[in-house]
Design a protein around this ligand. Structure first.
Ligand SMILES: Nc1ncnc2c1ncn2[C@@H]1O[C@H](COP(=O)(O)OP(=O)(O)OP(=O)(O)O)[C@@H](O)[C@H]1O
Length: 710
């Protein structure tokens, strides 16, 4: 072999005049070396006919709002999601917003500048009437007209304040570039002439491949036939021979990339940057993109000619920035090949399996439009590794496995878009009930089982008039769940003193009253041993979320702590009791309905993400002339969203009129059940034991009890 590992100084000097010298087999070749491409550019149980909930949302928010409510910052103007121009998708979503006087004045200022600016643009032949400020718009170039394909190649950017605009035509042959200010012309407004070097096989002094290089390729499983069809050549540089990968477009030599066996590359300067093998995809609706010239040749050996290679290898990582098209110099080759790419309905990205290769795949897919991209997962080489690229697979396993890998390409992942297939493991686990609690957990009361069971990840809204026993019933439910399945809970019960709440929970757990007081009737109070055991149980079972500052906690604050309790203690349930004890500040533009909707969305997201059941207590609004009957879920103070958004809606109701029925009977009205596996709408009756706070199944309805008495 006659390849030299080092270039003599003189040759290097000579080369530097006509070429860019670059390193790394598939490392990204920086365009900065190629100037021509660098486009700049309640407590008593007394009956009460009407009531008013202790603290209402409106009063809380009214009290706090003037001090803390800030002027909303969002300036939601019509939002246009710009496409990259390589994909034909344009999505426009309009978000209506209320009118703000200050904003209106700002808008008027911008509007008057825009009028002037658009007039000036029109003088340049650019119709910017439909181009909003603060973003890029694609237009037909006034100079080249977008070529035969009438491509919208002119990228126009209007400053968000309407003071200036810049434009740039991406068509290689045009390159129109300029800018105007509403009050004058920009210094760089003059179009800059773009010089693109013309090259031929002769001018580059390319030669047919010698035997040694043919042998090198043969060792990489690339045949002479493939080398010939792809016009792979060589070039003598002093006493060295380098491989010359020739870049053609419609039969015309456009550029050339050279490679030493040391994996050192260099590229012809001032030549057009295009895909390697571009003419092979001219009429193809399905194309393959690889990361290097040799992979393109390997694809041909596997039977795929509709394949191109990127000219400059892979970037080290995915860029975190959204680059505007005119500054997207590293991917200029995509723009230069747009006529070819536009026709492709399926683009298989077969870049290397390493980090840079995957980064390149992501950069390509986001520019080409992920909806038409597929990606290749290279097969496993051994237990730990996958094959790196097409050529390595070809050399090791032969063409059939390369072909199989391409045919098995999977749709490129699109964030937020899934196939059911992605969830088959979860569906299988659900069917086979391997995760547990698929039918929900029994409440511990047989009469209620038919209507309501507790499913992890669901939201139950509980309401009822003050003193109906909402908190008592939830506490009793938590105790049942802990005793039956060992669940732990976080309690955000702002109305309860910790010691009172502890007492109520202990009474239910020990099944004895805490005190020797009237409410305990003849039942003996719990002894010290029972108290000690109970305290341990309390501590193991419940976490307390309490805001120790003067201010009320907001929902985000509560959910943050609940998340910590999931991670630290593995809680399976969260109680927020009650809703109106949270801080409900909302922006001046947000209606209460919108606010409640967003808050419930946050709660649901928490419950679903952490497989945690949330019980949310909300009071009904003040009922005019309350007749003592159970309220409705729609009576919840604040918003109908409570019933719309919850998975389960329960009303706790108890009779307070002895003449109307027994006083110890509690009606659990299940008013909404979204998940039919978990239950159905209906009423269950429980008996409440005042001494212990325990609830037990009542085999009778109030009517049955009343009839018996009569
Ligand atoms: N069925 C019942 N019979 C008699 N007393 C009850 C019954 N249910 C609850 N109580 C008592 O009513 C009081 C209030 O109960 P609880 O706090 O659970 O009601 P609530 O509906 O949550 O009230 P609020 O809406 O004011 O928070 C407690 O002293 C409790 O012991």
């Amino acid at each position: 072999m006659r390849f030299l590992l080092r270039l003599p100084q003189a040759h290097l000097r000579k080369l530097s005049c006509s070429m860019s010298v670059l390193m790394g087999s598939k490392q990204f070749l920086e365009f900065c070396l190629l100037p021509s491409f660098a486009v700049s550019s309640s407590s008593s149980s007394s009956p009460s006919p009407s009531y008013s909930p202790g603290r209402q949302l409106s009063s809380v928010s009214r009290r706090i709002r003037p001090v803390l409510a800030s002027r909303p910052v969002s300036k939601n103007s019509p939002f246009h999601q710009r496409t990259n121009g390589l994909s034909s998708y344009t999505s426009i979503s309009r978000v209506p917003t209320p009118v703000d006087p200050e904003e209106e004045a700002d808008k008027r200022g911008v509007s008057s500048k825009l009028v002037t600016l658009r007039r000036k643009l029109a003088e340049q032949g650019i119709d910017a009437q439909n181009c909003p400020p603060g973003q890029y718009s694609g237009l037909i170039c006034p100079t080249c007209g977008g070529g035969d394909s009438l491509e919208k190649s002119l990228s126009l950017f209007i400053a968000s304040d309407g003071s200036s605009a810049t434009w740039n035509c991406f068509r290689g042959k045009c390159g129109l570039k300029g800018g105007v200010k509403a009050d004058g012309r920009l210094p760089f407004a003059e179009p800059k002439e773009k010089v693109e070097k013309k090259v031929t096989v002769e001018s580059l002094e390319l030669e047919p491949l010698c035997d040694e290089i043919q042998e090198y390729f043969a060792a990489r499983a690339i045949s002479g036939k493939t080398l010939e069809r792809n016009r792979v050549m060589q070039k003598r540089i002093g006493d060295q021979i380098v491989i010359a990968f020739t870049y053609w477009q419609r039969g015309e030599l456009v550029s050339c990339k050279y490679r030493y066996l040391t994996k050192k590359f260099f590229q012809e300067r001032d030549t057009r940057r295009i895909f390697y093998g571009l003419d092979d995809i001219e009429k193809a609706s399905e194309i393959i993109i690889v990361e290097g010239e040799i992979d393109k040749l390997a694809m041909e050996e596997a039977g795929f000619r509709n394949c191109v290679s990127v000219p400059d290898g892979a970037p080290a990582s995915v860029s975190s920035k959204e680059t505007p098209p005119e500054k997207d110099t590293k991917y200029k080759f995509l723009w230069n090949c747009n006529d070819y790419l536009k026709k492709a309905s399926r683009i298989v990205i077969a870049t290397d399996g390493d980090g840079p290769g995957q980064a390149l795949g992501e950069e390509l897919a986001r520019r080409l439009g992920k909806e038409r991209c597929w990606r290749v997962i290279w097969p496993k080489k051994n237990e730990e590794e996958h094959f790196k690229d097409a050529n390595e697979l070809l050399m090791s396993e032969g063409p059939h496995l390369v072909k199989e890998a391409i045919l098995n390409a999977e749709p490129y992942p699109i964030q937020g878009l899934f196939a059911f297939k992605d969830f088959f493991d979860e569906i299988d686990a659900f069917y086979h009930r391997t995760h547990g609690y698929e039918y929900g957990v029994s409440t511990g009361w047989k009469t209620l089982d038919n209507f309501y069971s507790v499913v992890p990840g669901e939201l139950t809204v509980v309401t009822g008039v003050p003193n109906s026993g909402k908190s008592e019933w939830i506490d009793a439910l938590l105790c049942n769940l802990n005793h039956s399945v060992g669940w732990k809970f976080a309690l955000c019960s702002m109305e309860n003193k910790v010691r009172d709440h502890g007492r109520k929970l202990l009474e239910k757990h020990v099944q004895k009253p805490f005190f020797d007081a009237n409410y305990g009737r003849a039942v003996q109070r719990m002894n010290v041993e029972e108290l000690e055991e109970g305290k341990e149980w309390l501590n193991d079972t419940f976490s307390l979320i309490r805001c120790e500052m003067d201010s009320l906690p907001n929902i985000e604050w509560v959910l943050e702590r609940a998340k910590a309790a999931v991670l630290r203690y593995g809680i399976r349930g969260l109680v927020i009791d009650p809703y109106n004890e949270l801080d409900h500040q909302r922006t001046t533009r947000q209606t209460e309905t919108e606010y409640v909707s967003q808050m419930l969305t946050k709660i649901k997201r928490f419950s679903q993400h952490h497989s945690c059941h949330v019980w949310f207590v909300a009071h009904p609004k003040q009922l005019q002339q309350w007749d003592g009957s159970a309220p409705n879920l729609y009576d919840i103070s604040g918003s109908a969203h409570f019933i719309n958004k919850c998975d389960n809606g329960i009303v706790i109701h108890r009779n307070r009129d002895e003449k109307a029925g027994p006083l110890d009977l509690v009606q659990i009205c299940v008013r909404k059940v979204r998940n039919k596996v978990a239950g159905q709408i209906g009423d269950a009756y429980l008996c409440y034991d005042r001494a212990t706070g325990l609830y037990s199944d009542s085999p009778e309805t109030p009517e049955m009890r009343l009839n018996k008495r009569h």
